[in-house]
Design a protein around this ligand. Sequence first.
Ligand SMILES: [Zn+2]
Ligand SMILES: [Zn+2]
Length: 335
Amino acid sequence: MTDTEIEGPGRHRNGDELAESATKRDDVFDETYKEKEGPKPSMIIVWKNIMLMTLLHIGAVYGISLVPSAHVLTWAWSVFCFLISALGVTAGAHRLWSHRSYKASLPLRIFLAIANSMAFQNDIFEWARDHRVHHKFSETDADPHNAVRGFFFAHIGWLLVRKHPDVIEKGKKLELSDLKADKVVMFQRKYYKMSVLLMCFSIPMFVPWCLWGESLWLGYFVPGLLRYTLVLNATWLVNSAAHMWGNRPYDTNINPRENKFVTLSAIGEGFHNYHHTFPYDYASSEFGCKLNLTTCFIDLMCFLGLAKDCKRVSPEIVLARAQRTGDGSTRNRNG
Ligand SMILES: [Zn+2]
Ligand SMILES: [Zn+2]
């Protein structure tokens, strides 16, 4: 990222400075926003998405019925694909590109973009834009998956209807120059459909067929559709369950919670009260690697020299904040 020179107003700024300034504004809660008064605009259902999501989940349930007859290596491959695609979202689209909580070298960014295509959750640019809007306008009309509208809406419903006009309006106002300046992000966006076809469906299906003679049918339904559906639901649980159930040791004024089940399924993203309180912390948790595979992965990348400058909140600041605005479960924060 340091290789990206961009001309700013009156001076030269490199990509890193640009990234810092962009996210400093755009992933922090904006208290000045007020929802419009009067009746809410009516929901416009997107039938195509309802059909696709229904078919996907039927395919995933059928995939479960095939699991017992799969080769043991296909099981291992499915878990591997789950982890890679999850990292493409958690370490990639989320902690790197949405929050800029650490810096990644070009090879790591390329890997994370490929992994992100395997997860097929909209391209990095769109994911990060929606996610910054989510943090900035959390639990309001301008939040894409506003959890105040209930579990179903926050989990999957938001993808089955047209966005609330405020989400679109606020999304357009984000600067996003750091994402536009990242060639890896823009390359993935340009070739997104092709990369999804290859990474989310073809590679998971063809590798077991080529290497240990698994049937293409099973390869399509187990490491393909079933694994994809599980990663989707694991990610959605962060928006639904982790915004509804759990303790709030850091800030009781916000809805996001600490939810252990989500932490396990979304490889470390369930410390959500912490994350919304300190969105720039690369570990997304007070406890570093504990129950947090994504943080372990970023630490490993730093050890290998592929990542650096991980942002962290000092224990003193965390404690002071917990005492000031937490729910009193602070003494049990270590479990
Ligand atoms: Zn959230
Ligand atoms: Zn976030």
